[in-house]
Design a protein around this ligand. Structure first.
Ligand code: ZN
Length: 401
């Protein structure tokens, strides 16, 4: 792989051993659409290693054995790329970037992100906004990135919106981040200007410890994407931008509750389709309504029936993506037997007791937050959530066993 930056425009060219269908860190196959993209409004004088890591968040899936940057990378960064991916990176030279003192939040506007923002009320936001690509037609015009960006500004926080078409480098399965970390490409390039020492993400217990939505039912202490000692965690640390997961120890039930009680409640939006509010008809709206109804202890309010295609997977037996939250919802929602989750509830047979662990914080998630920010999360969790006891922590550690 050969990469070149021209201002915020990245062009990359595959080496003979590279392939146009690569694999992201989560194992998902991704097909390349085009070898260029742009990240707008980023400073020209960012540290050389920041340019390299920003590029890597985009080109990693298609890189097999080596990557040649247009400026030197520090020996430390080259080593992390080698250890994590088996990739030879060069040219090598210079010194690594030192960590700054500020924690920013990669803010999406969803409930998890709002919960993370509530824990760090002083953290500035960096918001990624999808814009169209000059050479790739946009067949997904329903995706309302403009609405999300407007809501981010309405939070009243210090918001830096980074416009980018980088999601269009991906042809299949659809436009999206080549790696989950590409959402941070703009934040990385802004790290010197913002004096960043950490970047917080809204990834919660399921994504960090229960394998997320694509590794079904597996305890993942060594999560390649989000563990501090995983390949991506080490890579971000090598440029002084530690990955911080303020809600990494709590489930989506807890992040939902925190978000609904937050001063930012009016700006919470997880659906990318509606303009005046959530669309209520997509799969994500259905899943989030299940969680919200469970948290609010009320019947579900949805126009979706079991016969609709978006509800099809809940008519099949488990395992399900985000199964812990399906169990949580089925155990708590009055009249679940009259919803699209009736069949799932029968299969899962979850109870309030069997899902009580999902109302508390998993302590090891706190321990992996860098010391500079750990205290604030600990205090918040102690005051507002409470910690899992040993038996509950074992539920996390035996998930899928
Ligand atoms: Zn929706």
């Amino acid at each position: 792989m050969r990469v070149r930056w021209n201002g915020g425009e990245l062009t990359f060219r595959l080496d003979p051993e590279d392939e146009i269908t690569g694999r992201a860190a989560d194992g998902h196959p991704v097909k390349l659409a085009t070898g260029s993209c742009e990240i707008r409004g980023v400073p020209g004088d960012a540290h050389d290693d920041l340019w390299a890591v920003a590029a890597w968040t985009i080109v990693a899936p298609w890189t097999r054995r080596r990557i040649t940057f247009d400026r030197p990378v520090s020996p430390e960064l080259a080593r992390v790329l080698h250890d994590g991916w088996g990739v030879e990176a060069g040219p090598v030279g210079g010194t690594p970037r030192m960590a700054g003192g500020t924690l920013a939040l990669s803010y999406s506007g969803g409930a998890d992100s709002v919960a993370a923002a509530t824990i760090f009320p002083e953290a500035p936001f960096v918001h990624f906004r999808r814009v169209s690509h000059p050479r790739v037609p946009n067949r997904w015009p329903h995706y309302r990135s403009d609405v999300l960006a407007k809501l981010a500004v309405q939070t009243g926080r210090e918001v830096t919106t980074v416009d980018s078409d980088l999601e269009f480098t991906l042809a299949e399965p659809r436009p999206g981040y080549p790696e989950h970390h590409a959402v941070a490409a703009g934040a990385l390039l802004l790290a010197d200007r913002m004096d960043l020492g950490g970047l917080a993400f809204g990834y919660e217990l399921g994504s960090r410890w229960l394998g997320g939505d694509r590794y079904l039912l597996r305890y993942t202490p060594d999560n390649l994407m989000w563990a501090p000692h995983g390949a991506w965690g080490r890579l971000f640390a090598a440029v002084g931008v530690h990955i911080v997961l303020p809600v990494g120890g709590v489930s989506e039930a807890v992040t939902m509750r925190i978000a609904l009680e937050s001063p930012l409640k009016a700006q919470v939006r997880w659906c990318l389709r509606g303009t005046g509010g959530p669309c209520r008809t997509c799969g994500k709206c259905l899943y989030k309504e299940l969680i919200q109804a469970a948290v609010e202890r009320r019947p579900m309010d949805t126009p979706i029936t079991a016969a609709r295609p978006v509800a099809r997977k809940w008519q099949e037996p488990p395992p399900y993506g985000g199964q812990e939250m399906i169990e949580y919802g089925c155990a708590r929602i009055p009249g679940i037997e009259k919803t699209p989750f009736a069949k799932a509830a029968e299969y899962l047979r979850a109870t309030e007791e069997s899902t009580a662990w999902l109302d508390h914080c998993y302590r090891p998630a706190i321990e992996e937050i860098p010391p500079a920010w750990r205290g604030q999360v600990t205090e918040f969790m102690a005051a507002r959530v409470g910690f899992m006891d040993e038996a509950q922590a074992r539920r996390v550690e035996t998930w899928g066993a």
